[in-house]
Write a protein that binds this ligand. Structure first.
Ligand SMILES: Cc1ncc(COP(=O)(O)O)c(C=O)c1O
Length: 425
């Protein structure tokens, strides 16, 4: 039995069938460095997909910070320690002044779960509004609001979904789209109320990644915040994917929309692979929350995790990675758009910085999703040393979300492979 066949057999036997693997021919990775990943046979792959290694796989600065702190002390937040405070100070400094309280956990799911607890405690409501086909995490409550997740938890009476603000393939297009999509939130609020449920929060990934990395209509998020607040609920910005400068023009996705959320959640890139996440909010909300309950997370915000978080912020600053995401992302978007002019199968290129969606269509006019083509493309790219995956309700959108240290040369390498692979499909 080959090494991979052996691993596949063991995985099925030991991890069971709920797990999924990428690609028809799964990749067995053994090492990573910067934007490159290496498999067990020594072949290398350009990583165009993974946002967790935000500053690059195994960045020496992060590895050193974690290792040094791990060799010194690792406890929890019930003892005094400077790291968690330094990290909280550095992290909140990247956000608007009113978002000054940071609470730490280990996963994006935990950060979102805490955000929902805060919203429910502070508003007295229980209703949660999310966009259809969202993904916010893997706990019981979050699986109920993550309709992209094939779960059998079912949608409870406290959850209402709204149309994703898709200005390419969605229900509303053109100048009015932002307002029309926002009105759908009013409908959802009414729908909750008709069941006797008061809204606690509207929660959204500010780049709406699971719906295919949307160019969210300009007014939508701002109006959504007004609407949910006037109904007594809070706005939770899930920045687990777009945060930390990936979108290039701003450090946080919501900042592109000119408003301040009540709660911001973050995860994935925050520790460059070390399990770390945060829920950041206003002091008035936390005072209310703390008057009714308390918070402890055994691993969240421990000295090692905080050291990882500080190192990531250092590297983003010192290596100007937000600026790099903007420059290299603009280059990629421009080149992909020029390719789309020559290839009818590419219906739309959208996104911001190094967070780009390539929407593949069977027909440019009807915008019918080309699901099979997208599956063939990611497998062919994999066979040619480039890793990416698909996203969206129809899995027809290629998701380009590499480490933010991707250089212009790396982008050109990707474009060359992409064009060659597409020519052969
Ligand atoms: C937008 C968004 N929110 C939350 C999560 C949950 O994060 P985690 O897997 O760290 O629990 C994810 C994970 O994919 C995500 O994409």
């Amino acid at each position: 039995m080959s090494d991979n066949a052996n691993l596949l057999e063991k995985r099925a036997r030991l991890l069971g069938p709920a797990y999924r693997l990428f690609y028809d021919k799964p990749v067995h990775l053994v090492r990573g460095e910067g934007v490159w990943l290496y498999d067990a046979d020594g072949s290398r792959y350009l990583d165009m997909y993974n946002n967790v290694p935000h500053v690059g796989h195994c960045h020496p600065r992060v590895v050193h910070a974690i290792s040094e702190q791990l060799g010194t002390l690792n406890t929890h937040t019930r003892y005094l320690h400077g790291n968690v405070l330094t990290f909280a100070e550095r992290l909140t400094a990247t956000l608007p002044d009113e978002l000054g309280i940071a609470m730490f956990s280990c996963t994006g799911s935990e950060a979102n779960e805490l955000a929902l607890r805060i919203a429910r405690t502070c508003t007295g409501g229980t209703g949660i509004i999310v966009v259809d086909n969202a993904y916010h995490g893997n706990t019981y409550t979050l699986a109920q609001v993550s309709t992209s997740y094939e779960s059998d938890e079912g949608k409870p009476l406290t959850v209402e979904t709204v149309a994703p603000p898709d200005a390419y393939r969605g229900e509303f297009l053109g100048d009015e789209a932002g307002e029309r999509y926002a009105q759908d939130i009013e409908r959802a609020i009414e729908s909750l109320r008709s069941r006797g449920v008061h809204p606690a929060a509207f929660m959204i990934d500010t780049i709406v990644s699971s719906n295919g990395i949307l160019d969210v209509p300009e007014t939508y998020l701002r109006r959504a915040a007004e609407i949910i607040r006037s109904a007594g609920g809070l706005f939770i910005a899930d920045e687990v994917q777009p945060g930390f400068g990936r979108t290039g023009t701003t450090f946080w996705g919501f900042e592109q929309h000119g408003f301040v959320p009540d709660i911001v959640t973050m995860g994935k890139p925050i520790g460059n692979g070390h399990p770390l996440a945060a829920t950041v909010t206003r002091s008035d909300l936390i005072e209310q929350f703390a008057s009714k309950t308390r918070y402890f997370n055994t691993f969240g915000g421990n000295p090692v995790s905080a050291a990882a978080g500080i190192a990531v912020l250092d590297v983003i600053e010192e290596e100007r990675l937000q600026q790099n995401a903007l420059e290299v992302g603009d280059h990629l978007i421009a080149e992909l758009r020029s390719l789309a002019e020559r290839d009818e199968r590419i219906g739309d290129i959208r996104g911001s910085g190094l967070f780009i969606g390539v929407d593949l269509v069977a027909d440019r006019i009807s915008r019918e999703p080309a699901t099979d083509l997208a599956a063939a493309a990611i497998n062919a790219l994999r066979d040619n040393g480039v890793l990416t995956s698909t996203i969206g309700k129809h899995a027809n959108i290629l998701k380009l979300r590499p480490p933010t240290c991707l250089s212009r040369d790396d982008a050109d390498y990707f474009l060359e492979k992409f064009e060659a692979v597409f020519a052969g499909l």
